[in-house]
Design a protein around this ligand. Structure first.
Ligand code: ARG
Length: 384
């Protein structure tokens, strides 16, 4: 079972043992949630697990999930950078591997019956191991609330820290932190400043600007200020710089796959920079027609990611087209960050399509014959 060591998954772990009389292997993925994983195996065993497997998926998450999403400019409903949606398939894919390696015949997760995460976990299970039985306790047991969970934990002597009621449902990884529920359920109520973790408010951000150069190769971010970095390190570095400057907050109401409208607040500092920088490099490296075709695919790409279809034939088809579009997207973008703003101040590329000869307002010699435009426009206007 997908286990985090928190209240819910601790209760599920024990519930599986009680309900099915089975052995349970706990599995935990490190996708950069920054939770203490040190004592996790002991905790899992104390709760009844026969084994606990931890996998570090940070680099794979960033290089195989986050970066392809950036290449495709994947943004759901124009606003959400898909931080949770991108992490679920990599978590579930490895969960299936661990299940097979440890001889499990069923696979379980702690997502509720109302959300997107259940779909993302289970579609990945179906794609990778259609033979495994899926167990989703939140959809079947009679535990209804957090209070029920705490009751159950007490009754079964499950070691959970006595925590104050969590004000929000939080999901964190290297790409983002999401907040849902609690006071956020009223879409008119502004989030309290104390909620934010990765970003400072624009008001508290420095009164001076910060400049940064992000380099891309074939649409993949590879370096910051000339320094090459692994994907996970690069994103962590950007999170810090952007977060300090108050960049990357989003407050939105989105439509879940099941149709429920949901208010979410997100912090995606590094990812927000990457999207802006990527677009800036594309502006001098991507053929116009290719750019516009890719832009038509982006909303559909985002929707497939959001709805949990990361491992599907149709997304492979889109990804192949997006990868092809990025062949020439190599170059640098220079950004200025200031109090929540990202200002593009420059772009350059060894394979730039930009021609100063053509665009100049000065004498271009023989680069372009302005007379050609007369016929060009006359024929465009013919049918009008
Ligand atoms: N609404 C976002 C999404 O569907 C974030 C979900 C966060 N998940 C969670 N269990 N808190 O991708």
């Amino acid at each position: 079972m997908a286990y985090s060591g928190g209240l819910d998954t601790s209760v599920i772990l024990r519930w599986l043992i009680e309900e099915y009389g089975c052995e349970v292997v706990a599995y935990c993925a490190d996708v950069g949630q920054e939770e203490e994983l040190a004592g996790l195996p002991e905790k899992a065993r104390a709760t009844g697990a026969v084994d606990c497997v931890i996998r570090d998926l940070k680099e794979e998450f960033v290089s195989d999930y986050v970066f392809p999403a950036i290449q495709g400019n994947a943004v759901y409903e124009g606003t959400y950078l898909l931080g949770t949606a991108l992490a679920r398939p990599v978590i579930a894919k490895h969960q299936v591997e661990v299940a097979k390696e440890t001889g499990c015949d069923a696979i379980a997760h702690g997502a509720t019956g109302k959300g997107n995460d259940q779909v993302r976990f289970e579609l990945t299970y179906r794609a990778k191991a259609p033979d495994l039985t899926v167990v989703a306790p939140w959809r079947t047991w009679d535990i209804r609330s957090r209070t029920d969970c705490i009751e159950y934990a007490k009754k079964h002597k499950i070691p959970v820290q006595a925590t104050a009621a969590k004000p929000y449902s939080i999901d964190r990884n290297l790409l983002h932190i999401s907040f849902e529920g609690g006071i956020l359920e009223d879409p008119w109520k502004a989030p309290e400043e104390a909620m934010f973790i990765l970003t400072s408010s624009p008001e508290a951000a420095p009164d001076y600007s910060t400049e940064i150069i992000i380099s891309f190769e074939k649409g993949i971010p590879v370096a910051i200020d000339g320094e090459k970095m692994t994907g996970a390190n690069l994103l962590a570095h950007l999170n810090k710089i952007a977060g300090q400057n108050g960049v990357g907050r989003v407050d939105m109401v989105e439509t879940r796959f099941v149709g429920i409208r949901s208010r979410g607040v997100y912090e995606t500092p590094g990812g927000t920079l990457l999207l802006v920088a990527h677009r800036a490099v594309e502006s001098i490296t991507l053929d116009r027609e290719v750019m516009h075709e890719r832009d038509r695919l982006s909303p559909r790409f985002a929707e497939l990611i959001y709805n949990g279809f990361w491992f599907s034939p149709e997304i492979n088809f889109l990804k192949a087209a997006i990868t092809e579009s990025q062949k020439n997207v190599t170059g640098d973008a220079r950004l200025k960050l200031y109090k929540g703003n990202i200002l593009v101040t420059g772009r350059r590329s060894p394979v730039s399509l930009y021609s100063e000869d053509l665009s100049t307002f000065e004498d271009d010699g023989d680069a372009y014959n302005q007379g050609d435009a007369t016929g060009f426009i006359r024929l465009q206007g013919l049918r009008l």
